[in-house]
Structure formats: C-alpha cells, structure tokens
Design a protein around this ligand. Structure first.
Ligand code: BT5
Length: 237
C-alpha cells in the first residue's frame, strides 16, 4: 500500500476565543487540511448537544481542520487515541470512555468534539485538562495532568506530543481503519462492564459487549443486542 505523507500542522495561536471549534469552522473553507487553532482560554468552549466545556488558562484547547472527504464517526477516536498516547508520554495511564471521553482513574481528563460539513471538512476539537484548575462543580468527575502528576506540565510539550500522535492516528484512520478500531477496543475500558446509555432521551442498560467496525457500541440488553451509534455512557448506577 502506498504510504501517505505525514500531515503537516500549521498552528494559529490565539489568546482568547469563543470556541476553537467555532473559529476553525469560520476559516475552514479557506484553510488547508492540517490547520490547527489553539487558544489559551475559551469564553464559550462547548461539548456535545449544547453543553459547555470549562476552558480557563492552563489547559490545552485546540481544534484541527481535517479534509478526509467524508464525515466518519470514527474520527473521534483519532482524537481519543492521540490523547491516550500523549498522556502515556507523561506517565499517565488513561482509557477511552466511548464515544468521546478520555478518563483516568474514574475521572474525565479530556473530551473530543467533532463537527463536520458534508464532504468539505471535519473539525476535530480536543480539550485536555493540563495545568488548569479543575472546575469546582466537577471536582468529583474531572481531573487534570497537574492533579495526577503533582507538578506543572509544559503545555507546549503536551501540544507537540498531541499533534504528533494525532498525525499518526489520522494516517492509520485513512489507510487502515481496521487497525484504528482494534486499538480503540484495546483502550476502551467499558468493554465487558455493565453500563447505562442515554441516547436521545431513551435509557438503555446492558453489558458493553463490543465496539463495532463503524464505531458504534454493541450493547447486550435483557431484550437482545442493541447497536448504539451515539449517546452518553455512565458506569455509576
Ligand atoms: C465533550 O463534550 O467532552 C467535548 C469537549 C470538547 C472540548 C474541546 S476544547 C477545544 C474545542 N473547542 C470547543 O469549543 N470544544 C472543543 P461532552 O461529552 O458533551 O461533555 C461535556 C461535559 O463535560 C460537561 O457537561 C461537563 O459535565 C463536563 N466538563 C466540562 N468542562 C470540563 C472540563 N474542563 N474537564 C472535565 N469535564 C468537563
């Protein structure tokens, strides 16, 4: 198989922005693939379905513009695996909580938000708590690299490692999505566990049996196997 060249990142640094995803969307039409928007702070950082993402100074808040020619739900895993590998570079063992979170010891350290426009572009947004304070209201559910390592972590180094791993996993996504999904299964810590999934207001409970090739979650419920394409997974009952 002919190997694609590694993506070249072109970084736009901002002090403050509403949301790096929104900024990236505004410029995506006229920007090449590999454009990265990084901000020190976001005033309206966002998660999925209108939720907000707390983004004070000290964290890594960035969005990359990708042009794979299609919207593919598996792109979220390119971000999640890159975060897991980056954390490993700093001695932190993390896992993927399907579909878009990265957790360490029962707490969320990063979230991924992908947004796309047809075949034109995909924005892959990543929020990783590095040296920023963990929001008071999320004390129970969130953590940061600072909290886990007990020391300030060089933010530029984290960004560098993250972009390095993103480039690598993006290439795997393009060339060998089967290998990407194999790694996702390996890194997903909910497999085999009993979970509750909230999907469009409907609640499903069952055993997380597998992540299928298309990125969806296979749930073993009392009424049979269910394929879940999106939603929020919770392990706490
Ligand atoms: C996510 O949404 O986890 C996706 C977050 C993506 C953030 C990045 S930052 C760069 C780029 N620009 C943006 O505007 N967004 C992306 P979701 O699965 O919906 O989770 C949102 C929930 O996570 C919130 O409702 C809170 O409970 C929790 N949360 C908010 N801020 C957090 C933080 N800093 N650390 C951990 N959890 C947080």
């Amino acid at each position: 198989m002919e190997s694609l060249r590694r993506i070249e990142w072109r970084i736009i640094h901002l002090d403050e922005v509403d949301s790096t995803n929104e900024y990236a969307k505004r410029i995506a039409g006229n920007s090449p693939e590999g454009t990265v928007v990084v901000a020190k702070r976001q005033t309206a950082g966002k998660g999925r379905r209108g939720r907000s993402w707390v983004s004070p100074e000290g964290g890594l808040w960035l969005s990359v513009i990708l042009k794979p020619g299609r919207i593919d739900p598996r792109l979220v895993f390119v971000g999640a695996l890159a975060v897991v590998d980056t954390l490993a570079d700093f001695g932190i063992t993390a896992g993927i909580k399907w579909p878009n979170d990265v957790w360490v010891s029962g707490r969320k350290i990063a979230g991924i938000l992908t947004e796309g426009k047809g075949i034109e572009y995909v924005i892959l947004g990543i929020g990783l708590n590095v040296n920023n304070p963990v929001p008071e209201e999320l004390r129970e559910s969130a953590t940061s690299m600072l909290e886990l390592t007990g020391a300030k972590v060089p933010l530029e180094k984290v960004r560098e490692r993250l972009l390095f791993h993103l480039g690598g996993w993006y290439r795997v996504f393009l060339e060998r999505p089967d290998l990407l999904m194999a790694k996702v299964r390996e890194r997903t810590f909910i497999l085999g566990k009993t979970v509750r999934v909230l999907q469009d207001g409907e609640e499903l409970a069952g055993r997380a049996a597998d992540i299928l090739e298309d990125g969806s979650l296979l749930l073993e419920t009392p009424s049979g196997l269910k394929r879940v394409t999106h939603g929020d997974v919770s392990l706490r009952f």
